[in-house]
Design a protein around this ligand. Structure first.
Ligand SMILES: Cc1ncc(COP(=O)(O)O)c(C=O)c1O
Length: 368
């Protein structure tokens, strides 16, 4: 009889993905999009996996979102056909690659200035029309034009012969700094309003904006219900993590991704794991998030806090006695699942605690 492989047989550090939790998270997002009759274009920066992107498409996603051209290239090669590159590409080598990629998949890119639009238009001269979406700033103050600048940019884009403006989008990353659910709801409202108002203003001057897209994991549930929104793009909600738990957006039981660690040393006041910054990352939350304590949560061991990381060591300080001894294994929920997935070559897939497969992190490290 073949013995079932449990996590106790695995070497560490290992990236574990609980398939049942992942499916539940994806089903929930899918349901929200169906209830609100809107599209779902998940950001794959979280999982970077062709397999998981396909699970999202099977559940009704209309396509995917990426940040990097290289991520788009990997996903297109994996058979994903409708890709938004939510990034204002402008450099000549990237625009050359972008042109080549448009022969393999339907690609849309972000525009956030006239200068960039002109460069893209010039690079595409003689090629087929490139669909573009204007990125609007809804408060993150990163890329994106202000709401009152959208119409002017839309008119300018409509005069460029090789670009076709088909959408407006925003990302409310500043929701990660929110201090309450009330504040998250308020940010979601302003996020959606920035897109809907911009799109309506464009339509008043005769420019059709069929795609009106929002999305961040803290805000998407609220924004999805706002009239005029046609699409959401949550990324992290596939896995969730301690930042989302800290924000009150998810429960620890919804976190699909954990890092399996071994105890390599036990001292009077501390336990040391073989998961340092190379496995857990030093990330304590994006965009001013202050909701996490330490560097990940050790499942079932509230008696400790991972207080320090060096590259190969995670130092957990004890608040009370622990049962852990040398070589014991624990699962650690990371603070930020997206960056942790980027640190591993593959996911070890679990169903009910049994190892059932390994999936590559296909777009790991694809940052160009
Ligand atoms: C443009 C854009 N859309 C969607 C997302 C997904 O955000 P989240 O992971 O909070 O769901 C991101 C995340 O960085 C983003 O930059």
């Amino acid at each position: 009889m073949m013995t079932k492989k449990t996590i106790h047989t695995l070497d560490t550090p290992t990236l574990l993905l609980d398939l049942t939790i992942l499916e539940k998270n994806l089903d929930e997002i899918s349901l929200i999009t169906k209830e609100n009759k809107i599209n779902w274009r998940p950001h794959i920066k979280t999982h970077k996996s062709i397999e998981i992107a396909k699970m999202q498409l099977e559940r009704g996603a209309c396509g995917i979102t990426v940040a990097k051209l290289e991520e788009a290239e990997v996903m297109a090669l994996g058979g994903i056909n409708d890709i938004l590159i939510a990034y204002p590409l402008s450099s000549p080598p990237k625009l050359e690659r972008l042109k080549a990629l448009t022969a393999k998949a339907k690609i849309t890119i972000a525009i956030d200035s006239l200068a960039q639009a002109e460069k893209v238009n010039e690079a595409f001269s003689g090629a087929s029309l490139l669909p573009v979406w204007i990125k609007v700033n809804s408060g993150l103050n990163r890329c994106g034009v202000e709401v009152d600048e959208v119409v002017e940019l839309a008119i300018q884009i409509s005069m460029l012969p090789y670009l076709q403006l088909t959408g407006i989008f925003t990302h409310a990353g500043h929701s990660y700094a929110a201090k309450s659910l009330e504040e998250i709801k308020e940010i979601a409202y302003r996020e959606a309003k920035s897109v809907v108002e911009s799109a309506n203003a464009c339509e008043l001057v005769g420019i059709k904006i069929p795609h009106r897209s929002i999305g961040s994991t803290p805000t998407f549930k609220y924004g999805a219900a706002i009239t005029g929104i046609t699409e959401i793009r949550p990324g992290n909600a596939a896995f969730y993590d301690m930042c989302q738990v800290g924000l009150g957006v998810a429960e620890a039981s919804q976190c699909a991704l954990t890092v399996l660690a071994s105890v390599v040393s036990v001292k009077k006041d501390r336990v040391i794991f073989d998961t340092g910054s190379k496995a857990l990352s030093l990330d304590q939350g994006a965009h001013g998030n202050k909701s996490v304590v330490g560097y990940g949560s050790v499942v079932g061991h509230s008696e400790m806090t991972i207080a320090r990381l060096s590259e190969e060591h995670g130092v957990a300080l004890l608040h009370s006695d622990t049962t852990l001894t040398l070589t014991d294994k624990v699962q650690i929920i990371p603070n930020h699942a997206c960056v942790v997935a980027n640190l591993f070559d593959e996911y070890t897939i679990l169903r009910n605690g049994i190892v059932i497969d390994n999936w590559p992190v296909d777009a790991r490290g694809k940052m160009k």
